[in-house]
Design a protein around this ligand. Structure first.
Ligand code: DAH
Length: 344
């Protein structure tokens, strides 16, 4: 029996040493050490041995098993290492290769201007408010002191969806929505950027859809001088510290008094150039003291509170600021146009 075991060891060791793949190794492991394996088979015969022989043979058997197991473990480790090596080779990444550059987008000039204006007003303590683009006649006109059949409605040719619903022609309705939501609570300090729609024929300076930013402040003792100071500060931050403003009397149904606000031409410094049509001034927004009727409809007592409001066109400001001469560039998605604003 001892010879049998020794022979088995020699055979197994020889075969195992030749093995060079994990599957064959496993087959051999089963062949020699498995439940029905050859070593197990030999050991089964140990029952017939004498008491003296048994420990001797037992020791030999353990030694044989140990030798076979040692080779198997060694081979397993070797295969493992080879596999890892192969994978490392196959999955090799050259970290020194230059990256593949993806086309990088930029912020649309209109969004950029909106963000810039928002930042300036947020810096002055304003909050950003929003309202729906489909508005009711009430919010878009009536609550802004423009009753039905009021001639000033013609100033803003509208897209009506039903008798009562229209695409908002201005961001001013958000004033009323904000006031009503605040339930008469003061102060109110908001700006509201958004799309507006008018039945205009598109040309270099008109578009049926454009953007406005509305502002509204309500509180104790808010005066025209507060409006003036606020806008003065705004234009300095927006167009440069040397920029001045000028107020001209105007009319809006929702403000009294109303003004048109011009900034000194930031291109020529007021000397007169093509941009300002040689006047030295650029008209950029409408503003005024909130009309008592508007305060009342918004739920504020005009005897107690006063306020100012303003509204500006984002496209116009962007066109002036970047020297763009056609409003349609903003909407035609010409990459050549949009790309120019990438790094600004
Ligand atoms: N909503 C006006 C327009 O679209 C702009 C405007 C003027 C808004 C004066 C105001 C304001 O809040 O006080 O022409």
């Amino acid at each position: 029996m001892k010879e049998k075991l020794e022979a088995l060891k020699v055979e197994a060791v020889a075969k195992l040493q030749e093995v060079n793949d994990p599957q064959a190794l496993n087959d051999l492991r089963v062949k020699y050490l498995g439940k029905k394996g050859e070593l197990t088979e030999v050991l089964r015969g140990m029952g017939g041995l004498s008491a003296e022989e048994r420990p001797v043979i037992g020791q030999v058997a353990n030694e044989v098993r140990g030798a076979i197991e040692a080779i198997i473990t060694e081979k397993q480790e070797l295969f493992q290492q080879q596999e890892t090596q192969q994978r490392l080779q196959a999955e090799k990444v050259d970290v020194t290769l230059p990256g593949r550059s993806l086309p990088q987008g930029g912020i649309h000039p209109l969004s950029r201007v909106v963000q810039e204006i928002e930042d300036i007003f947020i810096g002055m303590g304003y909050q950003v408010a929003e309202g729906p683009e489909v508005e009711t006649d009430y919010f878009n006109f009536e609550a802004l002191n423009l009753p039905k059949n009021h001639p000033a409605r013609d100033m803003q040719d509208s897209f009506y969806l039903t008798d009562d619903l229209l695409m908002r022609t201005q961001t001013s309705p958000v004033q009323v929505r904000t006031m009503q939501a605040k339930n008469g609570e003061a102060p109110v300090k908001i700006i509201c950027p958004g799309k507006v729609f008018r039945r205009d024929d598109d040309d270099a300076t008109h578009s049926f859809q454009f953007h406005q930013i509305e502002g509204l402040v309500i509180g104790d003792n808010i005066r025209m001088s507060d409006l003036k100071g606020t806008l003065q500060q705004f234009v300095k931050e927006m167009f440069g510290p040397a920029t001045g403003i000028r107020l001209r009397p105007s009319f809006f149904p929702f403000t009294e008094p109303s003004v048109e606000v011009d900034v000194s031409c930031f291109k020529c410094g007021g000397e007169g150039c093509r941009l300002c049509k040689h006047t030295g001034w650029l008209e950029i927004l409408g503003a005024g003291m909130v009309h008592p009727n508007v305060l009342r409809m918004g739920g504020y007592d005009p005897e107690k509170y006063t306020g100012f409001a303003f509204g500006m066109g984002v496209e116009r400001i962007a066109m002036l600021k970047y020297g763009i001469d056609d409003i349609r560039y903003f909407y035609t998605n010409d990459m050549g146009f949009v790309k120019q604003f990438k790094g600004i």
